[in-house]
Design a protein around this ligand. Structure first.
Ligand code: LM2
Ligand code: CA
Length: 496
């Protein structure tokens, strides 16, 4: 009995320490909320973007493409960056100096950097000697990566993943033929920890862990636990831990499930992406979204990294939406950012016609910088969804309503829905093929508000629809079926 009495407080103390060490805090600055994935962007362009666009528009952070040296693949498909050859920070996005300068400049304006890290594997087979983006050489078919160095002993024996419900295969065989590192091996662990430490020293706030499902959760825990605290020279508090979000594709009923990883950090919630695409494509009725979140089988909000599409599933056919269906995509994104669920990530793409297509590049295969038109939209091959007014204004909406709950859900029993976020925000959607014309409760204080979807408040005037809210919070809301956008959004910061 006495032993037990001692044991319980001790256990509680241990549990509390675990919770405190868990890596779920994204370290956002101020009231910011949203991460943008600037897929394949160069570091110097991201630095400019942090200063000129992301900070002013209230973006909280950037997920950047892999930073360490990768194999050069013919035609330069985007996916060559998922085939590492060393941990030198040199890719087509820039070198270590460029990277360090970007992190500094972004942190200086309160925009955090999260790095896409490849801990599962090195490159796949390559005929002859492979050359990396930093000039390192390797013989992948012999599992020889002298620039690390790694030899065959550092990898799992080769085998193919044929049964996705066989834990051994999923975690120890080769994902699409990529040489599979043994994270149980001390030397491998040391290299991976040193790589992550290096990035933290340079000021990053956290990591997107690629192919997390293909590594044992216990090995990942060891690695995360042994990585240093965030760098206080970049404005992080003492003892702050890196934010971790792990790529685990779990459609339900998988042998290796997201529940093995969500204690260690956040997990990508792929079901969110699939269901939101299905709903806004018209394959599910919007009224059902009233119970959006854990009732749909999604992870608890603070453990779920949510997105409408990511760089992989935007290339697949199926229910997932992408920039090619702009009206539905903007509606889904507005819902994503308005509904109080998840750690939101917005995708920013380059245009593609086929899956393997390289990012915009010049004749010497250098990635080219995005260019912007007078309205700030990208022109030369970059899509820049994050610069679409309807999307960045919803990032502003999410910031303006932070800390409020959802109330006053309204729907027409079909594909017209609306709801309030406390007394700070109101949003309505029309995905029916007839007009929405209703007097609805907006929960906002009386006044005139500017719809941030059809326009924006600029120098005190509204370039889009103006909505007048009466003394009881009611307003007439109208979204025509054939309007350019199927959303209307009002918030406290858009009061005229
Ligand atoms: C991921 N998450 O777990 C990334 O999000 C995803 O983009 C990566 O695949 C994958 N895991 C490995 O990091 C991409 C791409 C694949 C590509 C790999 C490696 O989707 O198509 O595979 O990167 O570059 C390519 C070829 C494939 C070949 C493989 C190895 O498409 O046919 O397999 O390289 O040479 C023999
Ligand atoms: Ca593995």
């Amino acid at each position: 009995m006495a032993k037990l009495a001692l044991f319980i407080p001790l256990l509680t103390a241990c549990l509390m320490a675990t919770v405190a060490r868990a890596q779920h805090n994204p370290h956002w600055w101020g009231n910011r909320n949203t991460i943008v994935h600037l897929f394949e962007w160069k570091w110097s362009d991201i630095a400019n973007e942090c200063e000129n666009f992301l900070a002013p528009q209230g973006y909280a952070g950037v997920q950047v493409s892999p930073v360490n040296e990768n194999i050069i693949s013919a035609g330069r498909p985007w996916w060559e960056r998922y085939q590492p050859i060393s941990y030198k920070l040199i890719t087509r996005s820039g070198n270590e100096l460029d990277f360090a300068s970007m992190v500094r400049r972004c942190n200086d304006v309160g925009v955090r950097i999260y790095v896409d890290v490849l801990l599962n594997h090195m490159s796949g087979d390559f005929e002859g000697t492979a050359v990396g983006t930093g000039g390192s050489v390797a013989e992948p078919s012999k599992k020889s990566f002298p620039a690390v160095p790694y030899t065959a002993a550092d990898f799992h024996p080769s085998c193919d993943i044929t049964d996705w419900n066989d834990r051994f295969q999923v975690q120890q065989c080769e994902l699409v033929g990529l040489k599979d590192l043994d994270q149980g091996n001390n030397w491998v662990r040391t290299q991976l920890i040193a790589f992550l430490d290096h990035l933290i020293q340079l000021g990053v706030a956290g990591f997107r862990v690629d192919a997390a499902k293909h590594m044992a959760a216990s090995d990942l825990k060891f690695i995360y636990d042994n990585v240093r605290d965030l760098n206080t020279d970049h404005g992080f508090p003492n003892n702050a831990r890196a934010f971790i979000f792990q790529e685990v594709i779990d459609h339900g009923h998988e042998t290796v499930s997201r529940e093995e990883y969500n204690q260690l950090g956040a997990v990508t919630e792929f079901r969110f992406s699939e269901e939101i695409g299905k709903a806004f494509r018209g394959h599910n009725t919007l009224k059902w979204l009233q119970s959006w979140g854990t009732a749909w089988g999604f992870l608890p909000s603070e453990q779920a990294l949510t997105f409408v599409d990511n760089h992989d599933n935007q290339r697949d056919s199926g229910e997932v939406l992408n920039y090619k269906s702009p009206k539905q995509y903007k509606m889904a994104t507005a819902f994503h950012l308005a509904y109080p669920y998840g750690i939101s990530r917005v995708m920013s793409s380059f245009g593609f016609d086929d899956r393997d297509q390289a990012p915009p590049q010049d004749a010497s295969e250098n990635i080219i910088s995005p260019q912007f038109d007078v309205e700030g939209a990208c022109t030369n091959g970059w899509i820049c969804e994050h610069r679409w007014r309807q999307i960045y204004n919803m990032v502003g909406f999410k910031n303006a309503v932070r800390g409020t709950g959802l109330s006053n859900w309204w729907d027409n029993g079909d594909n017209q829905v609306a709801f309030c976020r406390g007394s700070k925000g109101f949003i309505a959607f029309n995905n029916n093929n007839y007009d929405l014309n209703e007097t609805l409760q907006t929960c906002l204080p009386a006044g005139t508000y500017c719809d941030v979807i059809s326009g924006a408040k600029l120098n005190g005037a509204c370039a889009g629809k103006s909505v007048t809210v009466d003394g009881n919070g009611y307003a007439h809301i109208s979204i025509g079926a054939n309007e350019f956008d199927g959303v209307l959004a009002l918030h406290a910061d858009a009061k005229l």
